[in-house]
Design a protein around this ligand. Structure first.
Ligand SMILES: [Zn+2]
Length: 451
């Protein structure tokens, strides 16, 4: 596969040595920002600071430049944030991003399944996995919860690509044994064998974790759903990822397939797939009982704004979910989503909340894609903040690229106004450098800055 990213991707760069110092305006969170609060004590903004990284971990942040023995990356005047965490994205769907004309169920059949079928070829799957992981980093996303395909080797390829770059990735082979093309279907015995082998090989290795990956209730038999639940119960350290209540036609179909279930979510809950390590994409068409069940389990909803708008799925009630105690993180859901950029997705999330009568602050959105996602995944000690002892997954951003954004930034009066304009106008072109575990994996051609 040709790589348009290769012009700017630097690849794993020669080791900088053990001690790296990154200079700029540090922005992260020490608590959950409240709704509507533009002046929030949860925001930690440390302009003109040095972030010190030793052995791939953050060790300190200070105003004074470091002494001898530190490799310096001077990004004065630029924003430095924890790398973004995308809690729901499909690695094989880069090829169908921006496909015209359908809602969820038709979109799966017309665009997605044919693209995923091509991953039966091992060579294709390996190249696509490496391309995908590099594309994430080139968009400022340094951790992700990912759906590959039903093919066990597609999960292998994804884990291998993440491991070689030192990235935190949570993934698992997709389970689908009905209502899917024959080429994309497994069966209960094969699924069990392949999951066992993948868990033994990858779960807990490097920065990788396995997620029992049910595509969604309609494409798994009752036996396969029961298997998925058994695997989760046998090892509570495993994650679980699936889709729930994305679109109204899908919800009706689930009610037809599982007439005994109280709700779509209940299909998963009944077999043991609702737990603290569960990541449910979308969750638009849920009721209060569902939200209470999600909260009681400590599960999270991966809100996928650009996908929800693009496929016309619905407007997610973020504030209501949060008021019910549900963890909400942010996701691109590419290829239903239209950008791997979490900033583009935050801008779409703002518009969805505006239509729902709410206003999403930059702080809420950025927190959900960093510290909030990390905590919901049980990884708050590793990712999502610039706290000492966290792994140094750090991105450096230009506040403005292009004349309009530059003009807008120049007249902003408050920190929230500046950062909100950045969140709304920026995309991956604003990304200057991305560090994963203290190693620079991506550096933009800096000439863009003067545009
Ligand atoms: Zn999805």
């Amino acid at each position: 596969m040709p790589s348009p990213l290769s012009a700017t991707r630097t690849g794993p760069r020669p080791a900088d040595g053990d001690r790296v110092a990154i200079h700029g305006d540090l922005l992260d969170f020490t608590a959950e920002p409240a709704w509507g609060e533009t002046d929030s004590a949860a925001v930690r903004f440390r302009p003109d600071h040095w972030l010190l990284v030793e052995g791939g971990r953050i060790v300190a942040a200070q105003a004074e430049p470091p002494g001898e023995g530190w490799t310096r990356h001077d990004h004065a005047g630029r924003l430095i944030l924890p790398g973004f965490i995308d809690t729901h994205v499909h690695s094989p769907q880069i090829d169908v991003i921006a496909s015209y004309g359908s809602e969820l169920l038709d979109w799966l059949a017309t665009h997605t399944f044919p693209a995923e079928t091509r991953h039966a070829d091992v060579d294709h799957a390996e190249k696509a996995a490496a391309y995908f992981i590099d594309a994430l980093v080139a968009h400022g996303t340094t951790s992700a919860v990912v759906f590959p395909t039903v093919h066990a080797h597609s999960a292998d390829a994804l884990f291998a690509a993440a491991e070689s770059r030192g990235m935190r990735v949570i993934a698992g082979k997709v389970l689908m044994d009905r209502n899917a093309p024959v080429d994309l279907s497994d069966d209960v015995a094969t699924a069990e064998r392949e999951m066992e082998a993948l868990i033994a090989k990858w779960h807990g290795r490097a920065r990788l974790a396995y997620a029992v990956t049910v595509r969604f209730a309609p494409t798994s038999s009752r036996e396969q759903l029961a298997l998925a639940g058994r695997v989760c119960r046998a090892d509570p350290s495993l994650y679980m990822q699936t889709h729930v209540a994305e679109n109204r036609a899908e919800v009706r179909w689930v009610h037809e397939l599982f007439p005994e279930a109280r709700s779509y979510l209940d299909v998963y809950a009944a077999v043991g797939l609702l737990h603290a390590k569960s990541v449910f994409a979308h969750g638009i068409w849920l009721d209060d009982t569902d939200r209470a069940a999600l909260a009681a389990a400590g599960a999270q909803i991966a809100h996928s704004p650009s996908s929800n708008l693009f496929l016309g799925s619905g407007l997610f009630g973020w504030r209501g979910a949060e008021a019910a105690g549900v963890h909400v993180s942010l996701a691109s859901d590419v290829g239903g989503g239209t950008s791997l950029s979490m900033l583009r997705n935050m801008a779409d999330a703002y518009k969805i909340q505006a239509l729902a009568g709410e206003r999403l602050t930059a702080w809420k959105a950025l927190h959900a894609a960093t510290r909030g996602a990390a905590l919901a995944l049980g990884l708050g000690d590793e990712i999502g903040s610039l706290e000492p002892a966290c792994i140094a997954d750090v991105c450096v951003w230009d506040e403005a690229v292009g004349p309009v954004a530059t003009r807008r930034a120049s007249v902003a009066r408050t920190l929230h106004e500046r950062v909100f304009a950045w969140m709304t106008l920026a995309d991956e072109r604003n990304l200057v450098e991305a560090f994963v575990a203290g190693r620079s994996l991506y550096r933009r051609d800096t000439s863009l800055r003067s545009e």
